[in-house]
Design a protein around this ligand. Structure first.
Ligand SMILES: C[S@@+](CC[C@H](N)C(=O)[O-])C[C@H]1O[C@@H](n2cnc3c(N)ncnc32)[C@H](O)[C@@H]1O
Length: 360
């Protein structure tokens, strides 16, 4: 008989505290989702000063008792402030992250898709048994909106003034007229931004998510632009005649079932002097390094199970890279294998992503 291990009561308390802190985080994240969806942060940010829960509820068109309980959760979590007399407010920093969609630090996109992401728990339980995951459309239309809201703020603020000028000669080439593809384009934000800035160039977005493609088509129509379109690469593949000047992949190679095949398709599509802007998660080579150096590692491995790796395993034979599975050295090796000879890291500062210029 094996001996019953002795339990240290202090270590037991500490462990339980650490575990339930995560549950507190999950539930509070749900309250952040509600605050965003119900417009509560926007009301707080637009107010002249702190509000009572009656004022907050009235301005948001909600019931006070519900708003009061929500505000207590948020103030206990220190996301909103509470002043003497029970008035709730929001700091300028919290307002930037929670109530200012055009601020580069705006962060409500990931909370937008929290219910869809957590609903994936039901789907992936089976995936652990079958090995087969679920693509982005399994998160429904709001999943695509959440992705759009997650990536657009930083991109709107940085793509044109910071990222594209970091590539020598690119802006001039786009101004003169270039053929461009954005693969894994999601709701088309980057395509529309670039198409508006470079009217001489033509931009084609590719994605396999029907919800994302529908949003992209709608946004394109609203923009009135005529130098862009969107396609599903399973029906309309990339060109194979080395005709593209510039290709972008933002946060999507690690989500693909067949990234190796995609890189070979990019190699066939790109001109001999073409440029591929490869943007992906700043992953490190081993679990140990990610766990030690990335404070977001638990979040990222979890999102991988629920979203990224699940997508990357969503068909038989999927390579399954996942959120932290595409480190710089993996990217270098895979792009070289696909026939690219030049790989440079670009000097673009981002909290989560690395930016690489890959060339034939
Ligand atoms: C994390 S999202 C990024 C979307 C977009 N690039 C952005 O920055 O908002 C990943 C996208 O890759 C798409 N995707 C996955 N596999 C793909 C494939 N084989 N071809 C094209 N798109 C793919 C997904 O449908 C999803 O829209």
């Amino acid at each position: 008989m094996s001996a019953v291990p002795e339990i240290d009561s202090d270590a037991l308390k500490l462990f339980s505290f650490q575990l339930f802190t995560k549950l507190e985080g999950a539930v509070t994240a749900g309250m952040v989702h509600l605050g965003d969806q119900l417009g509560l942060y926007s009301v707080l940010a637009a107010a002249d000063g702190p509000l009572t829960t009656h004022e907050l509820a009235e301005r948001a068109g909600l019931h006070e008792r519900w708003v009061r309980e929500w505000a207590h959760n948020q103030a206990a979590a220190k996301f909103i402030t509470i002043a003497d007399g029970g008035r709730f407010g929001i700091t300028p920093e919290a307002a930037a992250v929670m109530a200012t969609p055009d601020h580069p630090a705006y962060g409500m996109g990931m909370f937008h898709r929290l219910p869809q992401t957590m609903r994936a728990l039901d789907d992936v339980r089976d995936s652990f048994r079958t090995g087969i995951g679920h693509d982005y459309d399994s998160h429904g239309p709001q999943g695509a909106v959440g992705i759009e809201r997650s990536f657009e703020p930083w991109s709107n603020a940085n793509l044109l003034p910071v990222v594209l000028p970091a590539i020598d000669g690119l802006v001039e080439r786009l101004q003169a007229g270039a053929a461009v593809a954005d693969i894994g384009c999601g709701a088309g934000s980057a395509v529309i931004l670039m198409a508006a800035a470079f009217p001489q160039s033509y931009f084609r977005g590719y994605d396999i998510s029907q919800y994302a493609l529908a949003r992209a088509a709608l946004k394109l129509e609203e923009s009135g632009l005529h130098n862009a379109d969107f396609h599903d690469p399973r029906h309309e593949p990339l060109p194979t005649d080395q005709s593209l000047d510039f290709i972008t992949t933002f946060d999507c190679i690690h989500d693909m079932t067949r990234p190796t095949e995609m890189m070979k398709a990019i190699r066939r599509a790109i001109k001999p002097d073409g440029m591929w802007l490869l943007v992906d998660i700043k992953a490190l080579d081993t679990f140990e390094e990610n766990a030690r150096k990335n404070p977001m590692a638990p979040l990222m491995y979890g999102i991988s199970v629920l979203s990224c790796m699940s997508s990357a395993l969503s068909e038989e034979g999927g390579e399954g890279l996942g959120t932290l599975g595409f480190s710089e050295s993996t990217a270098r090796a895979m792009t070289a294998e696909a026939g690219f000879t030049r790989f440079d890291k670009l000097p673009v500062d981002h909290s989560v992503n690395a930016f690489y210029l890959v060339r034939p």
